[in-house]
Design a protein around this ligand. Sequence first.
Ligand code: GLY
Ligand code: MN
Ligand code: MN
Length: 368
Amino acid sequence: MSTDDPYAERLDRTREAMAAVGADLLVCAPSPTMRYLAGWTEHPSERHLLLFVTDDDVLFLAPEMYGDQLEADSWVPSIQTWDDGDDPRALIEALAADLEIGDGRVLVDDRMWARFTFDLRGAIPDASFGLASAVTTDLRIRKDDTELDRLREAARITDAVCVELRELGEEAIGLTERDLAEEIERRLSAHGGEGNSFEPIVGSGPNGARPHHGHGDRTIERGDPVVLDFGTLVDGYPGDQTRTVVFAGDPPEGYEEVHETVLNAHHAGVDAVEPGVTAESIDRAAREVIEDAGYGDEFLHRTGHGVGLEVHEPPYIVEGNDRELEPGMVFSVEPGIYLEGEFGVRIEDLVVVTENGCERLNDTPRTW
Ligand code: GLY
Ligand code: MN
Ligand code: MN
């Protein structure tokens, strides 16, 4: 694979950012940042599989069994391999000497396991250490065109399944949350999705009042509000949307008002999105609607989170985050009201900040 865009550009920007903070070496473990920079990653495991970036080198230190795979699937030109049975710590020491890190500054992947960080510290004892997010957050927070294409496709598939689920109507009554979660997974795959962004949330009745309930054995009954929060992956980029529906029957007392309040808060949040405003101002716009309706204490979380190679990443749409929004940022707007022991309502779409406002990535009916 060549270093054609976007990876050449990402590497250039990484090096500029490293220079700006005085970093001599950035080391990634298998992680979203490894994927962002190298175009390849693996599940984290016990073997030392590390990506090293300096101002003029970029290379993998990898178990021999990954050699061919890295050559084929990553654009990174240099791959140093070690055999099972070798001591990778000695190799890191030799590599650090080659790269002349000495008493320089090393940034380690925020997702690096502690044991690998300890090994790096042991191998480069005079270096100072910090977190890679000091440079990678700003790189990854604005999505390039390649990333936006993938996020749009993940949202399109997620939306298609959302529309189909609504049509289940009476058919959903009597299914367990788990049955419906499995149905969601089957349909996401059938539409070309590459697995879950996260375990689908099917929160029926009182379970919907727990924002990250997941799914369990409860049977969906007539009149149950059901929080449906799921998404699929496209080349590592996730969808993430939520609708709250009643498949059949009459909802509990108060549900319609709560749903309308959450919907109004959701629209207020999305309407407030434009470049130059702060992340916290989006949270305030949505939260104000819920507070004015008297449910402020029942909105249990921030209004949203950035979405990219990680389903939760900066920018966080939360009070206290005065980061200004910029074109290319992608995040969720997902206010909710959670009435313990009764039901919950959440409505979530992803948006991309544009030059003038925002583009919604999700666009399916938001009614219940
Ligand atoms: N699902 C809301 C949050 O985790 O922020
Ligand atoms: Mn979600
Ligand atoms: Mn979300």
